[in-house]
Design a protein around this ligand. Sequence first.
Ligand SMILES: N[C@@H](CCC(=O)N[C@@H](CS)C(=O)NCC(=O)O)C(=O)O
Length: 280
Amino acid sequence: MSLENISSNRSFGGWHKQYTHTSRTVHCNMRFAIFLPPQASESNRVPVLYWLSGLTCSDENFMQKAGAHRVAAELGIAIVAPDTSPRGDNIPDDPEGAYDFGIGAGFYLNATEAPWNRFYHMYDYVVKELPAVIEAHFPVSDVKAISGHSMGGHGALTIALKNSDDYRSVSAFSPIVNPAAVPWGEKAFTNYLGEDRQTWLEYDSCALIKKAEKHLPMLIDQGDGDQFLHEQLKPGNLLQAAEEVGYPLELRMQEGYDHSYYFISSFIEDHLRFHGEHLK
Ligand SMILES: N[C@@H](CCC(=O)N[C@@H](CS)C(=O)NCC(=O)O)C(=O)O
């Protein structure tokens, strides 16, 4: 497995780098970004926070806008940000070019419906292929946490709930917690997974949290001025499901904050310190 380095920038004593590689899971060239803190070396392999971005994003939005490098450098945590879908001229996309489905909107699932099922396997990419690539090529350990925003918050929560032995902690900003019951999720799941709504529950945090055998530390921040809050995000649904089964979820409603990276950059330090405690 070869990686091509396409950018390197010094940042807070560490490095921000971008790579491409040929993915055997999503059958195309994939790009990811990694922040390596100054502590990372072959004799000191550091833990990794995986960050999953939201609709329309690539590996770049979080690294450029979240302002996470200073605290990650202090705590000695690497951050890996994959793309949000397969991408390229041969990748099927929303027929109308809509932002909420297809390229830039992989929803971190394994599609079962043609033509999406050949490429759109972002669940397996994030859970299996990407960590193997990262651990083989960089001075990191296999100690992991996961976080994300909006569609990426949905990805982080569902992946952590389904693979609770693989991650120490999970957090999210403005996550889509109940995709099986909101317009963004209904559109994506109908296309990627088909009409049988029962199969959708495999990727719905509100359903998964009720079956979780192991309870991971879970932190969610949500702005109450978020334009998508009431129609698409509905964090109260997850809080209610968590309370039903005694899952210790900390949901913080943040007054006046919207859906943007201004919100993420305001609270990313709290998330990094939260993960830092559990990654020790
Ligand atoms: N383009 C959509 C919204 C897309 C959106 O808000 N994307 C969020 C994630 S769900 C994002 O992070 N966008 C990229 C950015 O702000 O850098 C719209 O105009 O309604």
